[in-house]
Design a protein around this ligand. Sequence first.
Ligand code: AMP
Ligand code: GLY
Length: 424
Amino acid sequence: MKILIVGSGGREHALAWKIAQSPKVDKIYCAPGNAGIGQIAECVPIGAMEFDALAAFAKEKEIDLTVIGMDDPLVGGIVDVFEAAGLRVFGPRKNAAILEGSKAFSKDLMKKYNIPTAAYETFDDPQAAMEYLEHSDYPIVLKADGLALGKGVLICQTKEEAMDGVREIMMDKKFGSAGNRMVVEEFLTGREVSVLSFVDGKTIRTMTSAQDHKRALDGDQGLNTGGMGTFSPSPFYTAEVEEFCRKYVFQASVDAMRAEGREFKGIIFFGLILTEKGPRVLEYNARFGDPEAQVVLPRMENDIVEVMEACVDGTLDQIELTFADNACVCVVLASGGYPVSYQKGFEIHGLEKLEGKDGYFVFHAGTKLSPEGKFLTNGGRVLGVTALGDTLKEARANAYKAAKEISWEGMFCRSDIGKAIDEA
Ligand code: AMP
Ligand code: GLY
């Protein structure tokens, strides 16, 4: 088979690595890809939002399956464009990707179908939002309705912060048109767990759990980022939590989408928070997490291409997923200044020390090759240094040992990825 992957981050590198293990696959293309992905796939300089050019490329190369890694093209309807062109594609159509694309939609869906989530109100008008916030309990959470690179969520401790937040989101349009509507949500406390799943429209198969670290700095300080590191499995995702989610969240979400005439095929990512009153859904995503994919895929034992084809064909009920009984930790190495402003183009040292080492993976997120073939930094999140271990502690020690081999000017990473493991 020939596979095309759409995206350019660490998640897409992990997907390319996993897809390359499939005996069914002869050739992988990635658009636009990065320098690391270029070691296992042929990178094609077409942007992820250039749907017609991507579909024309897939036709020309007779691609058997296109895998969409990123949220923006999914929410923008890339799957519909591919299907209309008669191409096989893995991911939800536009009318289903709205599960991630609109927080107001997902909250209304959960309310209508009794899927446990935080209480909320939706506003189209900043004045009405401000009036509501006059009489709210604090802290409270404001969310821009649309996609905002994971940054459109504000946790406000006081009324003043909330009023500023409404101005930022709805009036100054800090997140663009994503802020035309806003969800105001009850503040919940508890540990967060990510559970990713394959869905074929009817059947859902959940993967192993993971935990992300969204803040830039140690101790969950600093600004929100796309994610600074992950571990899998989460020791807090107990059999009891899983049982609850099986009863009230997973299949219920798939059935709700079907009942709405928005059959979901692809990946549903459940962002859960484990509150004292039980698990609640914080958010849905319509694609693999980044960097959750980097720790989940190395533990997956199935041929991922078989599973993706079953999702497209509606035969997922015939597949059982299996994951190794081990653990995986990913530490993101980032450019100094991320997530605000940072320089690119520094030479990355030490990659050769980890090359081909069993149980270690360096997934590239923002890299490019210099004309002389050297790896240069080319983004905020640059690499996801990932390691397996028999236990979470071992995987964490391995990942940090590996991360020490790599350097460039201004590089930083969190030193406490997986600290929660010690509290389990
Ligand atoms: P979201 O994009 O909706 O997952 O929000 C991003 C992050 O904001 C989450 O991972 C949580 O850390 C935090 N968050 C979102 N909603 C809430 C909430 N209702 N209560 C507390 N924290 C929240
Ligand atoms: N790591 C969180 C996300 O991919 O949305």
